[in-house]
Design a protein around this ligand. Structure first.
Ligand SMILES: Nc1ncnc2c1ncn2[C@@H]1O[C@H](COP(=O)(O)OP(=O)(O)OP(=O)(O)O)[C@@H](O)[C@H]1O
Length: 383
C-alpha cells in the first residue's frame, strides 16, 4: 500500500484580481521507503506542491481542490496499535478512509501540526539558513524531539540528538557547537538530522544539495540514502537538477507550468523519455557518459501561470505542437502502449505516463528532439 496518494491536486496563489495556478491537477503515489523525485525548471510548482502537502504555503496560497491521502492518522483517532479506530473511519466528519489513510488536505492548522515532524518532516530550500545562530546545534535537535514528543526525558532526547548527528557523518561532540562553526555541508547534514528527529515516515527534501559543491553534494545524497535504508523513510525530493535525481530516485515526475508532464520509474523516464519537455530538459543537461554532448536549450521562457489558458502548458515552446494541443492540457498517456503506436490513458499513476497528444508518434519525437534545428527553427510557428 502506498504511503502517500495525491489525487488531482490544484494549488493556487491569490495575486490581486488574478490567481497563480501553481499546481494543476497533479496525481501521484509515493510508496513506503521509496524516493520520489519532482524535477523541473524554476517556477514550475515543485516547492508549492511539496509545501502544500503539509500546509506550509505562503499566506496567499491554498489548496483549491484535490486529495492528499496519507498512510497515518492523528494520535487521537488511533487505537492502541496505532491504527485508525473503526468509529472514526465510519464517521463522515473525519477525513479517514477504510484503509486507514487520512486526507491531509482536510486537516485544520492544529491537526496538521501533529502530522508535521512526527509523520512528515521538511528539509526546506536553503536549509543551511534554517539553524538558529544563538543555540547549540545539538540543543536545536533535542528541542525538536521534546516539542513533538513531549513525554521524552531530556537526557534521552539529548542522546538521540547526538546519535542522529553521528549518523549523518558529524562527530557527536560537535553537537555543542553553534551553526557558524559548521561548514555548509555540515549545516545541511545537521538540518537533515533535525528533520529525522522524530523518525518520520516521509521526508520532504527541497533542493537538498543546491548550494553545495559536487563532492559534498554526493556525500549528502549518500547520507540520505543510508538514512532511508536504516529507517525505511520515504523521501520526496525536489530538484531542478536531473543528475541529482538520477542518483537517488526510484520514481521521477517531470513538472512544467504546474503540471506533471511525465512520470514513472526513474530509469524509464530518463532513459526512455516520452514527452517533448523531458526530451528538451535532457538536451540541456550534460550527461556523464557523453563527453562531447552538445547541449541544446529550449527556446522561450516558462509560463507565468497567472490565469493560464486551456491547452497544453508546454505548447508555446514545443516544436511538436499540433492543433489538438490548444484544446486542453493532455491527460497522462500510457507510454508502454504508445511504444506500440497506441494512445491510451494510463491506468495508474505508478506507470510510465506522458501528457502529450503526440505520444503515438513517439519515435519521430525522440529522433527529432535530438536535433538542434528542431528546437531552434520551429518555435516561431507555435505562438
Ligand atoms: N506567494 C506566492 N504568491 C504568488 N505566486 C507565487 C508565490 N509563491 C510562488 N509563486 C508562483 O508559483 C509558481 C510556482 O512556484 P514554486 O516556487 O512552487 O516553483 P519551483 O518549481 O519550486 O521553483 P523554485 O525552484 O524556483 O523554487 C511560480 O510561478 C511562482 O512565481
Amino acid at each position: 500500500m502506498s504511503l502517500l496518494e495525491v489525487n488531482d491536486l490544484c494549488v493556487r496563489y491569490d495575486a490581486g484580481d488574478k490567481q497563480v495556478h501553481a499546481v494543476d491537477g497533479v496525481t501521484f503515489n509515493v510508496d513506503h521507503g521509496e524516493t520520489y523525485g519532482l524535477v523541473g525548471e524554476s517556477g514550475c510548482g515543485k516547492t508549492t506542491l511539496a509545501k502544500s502537502l503539509i500546509h506550509l504555503l505562503d499566506s496567499n496560497g491554498y489548496v483549491e481542490s484535490g486529495e492528499i491521502w496519507f498512510d497515518g492518522t492523528l494520535p487521537e483517532w488511533e487505537d492502541e496499535n496505532g491504527n485508525a479506530r473503526q468509529e472514526i473511519i465510519d464517521d463522515d466528519r473525519y477525513p479517514v478512509r477504510a484503509d486507514g489513510k487520512t486526507d491531509l488536505a482536510k486537516l485544520d492548522n492544529q491537526q496538521i501540526r501533529d502530522v508535521r515532524w512526527r509523520d512528515i518532516a521538511l528539509i526546506p530550500q536553503s536549509a543551511m539558513n534554517a539553524l538558529n545562530p544563538v543555540y547549540k546545534v545539538g540543543d536545536q535537535i533535542t528541542e525538536a524531539i521534546l516539542r513533538h514528543e513531549p513525554g521524552t526525558p531530556v537526557a534521552e532526547a539529548d542522546e538521540r540528538a547526538r546519535d542522529l548527528i553521528e549518523r549523518v557523518g558529524i562527530e557527536p561532540d560537535r553537537a555543542d557547537d553553534y551553526a557558524h562553526q559548521f561548514s555548509g555541508g555540515m549545516k545541511q547534514r545537521a538540518v537533515i538530522a533535525m528533520a529525522m528527529a522524530c523518525n518520520p515516515d516521509l521526508l520532504i527534501a527541497d533542493e537538498p544539495t543546491t548550494a553545495l559543491d559536487v563532492i559534498i553534494q554526493d556525500r549528502i545524497l549518500e547520507e540520505l540514502e543510508a538514512l532511508q535504508d536504516e529507517f525505511n523513510v520515504a523521501i520526496l525530493v525536489v530538484s531542478h537538477d536531473i543528475s541529482v535525481m538520477a542518483e537517488i530516485c526510484d520514481q521521477l515526475a517531470v513538472m512544467y507550468g504546474g503540471k506533471m508532464m511525465e512520470s514513472g520509474p526513474m530509469g524509464e523516464v530518463l532513459n526512455n523519455a516520452a514527452n517533448p519537455y523531458t526530451l528538451g530538459l535532457k538536451n540541456s543537461f550534460p550527461t556523464v557518459e557523453e563527453e562531447q554532448q552538445e547541449l541544446i536549450s529550449i527556446p522561450g521562457s516558462p509560463p507565468t501561470l497567472l490565469d493560464p489558458n486551456d491547452g497544453c502548458r508546454f505548447a508555446p515552446r514545443c516544436p511538436f505542437v499540433v492543433d489538438e494541443c490548444h484544446s486542453a492540457h493532455p491527460p497522462g498517456y500510457d507510454v508502454e502502449q504508445a511504444e506500440g503506436g497506441r494512445r491510451t490513458e494510463a491506468g495508474s499513476p505508478d506507470m510510465h505516463r506522458s501528457a502529450c497528444y503526440r505520444i503515438d508518434d513517439l519515435e519521430t519525437m525522440r529522433t527529432d528532439a535530438q536535433k538542434e534545428e528542431t528546437w531552434h527553427q520551429n518555435t516561431t510557428q507555435t505562438h
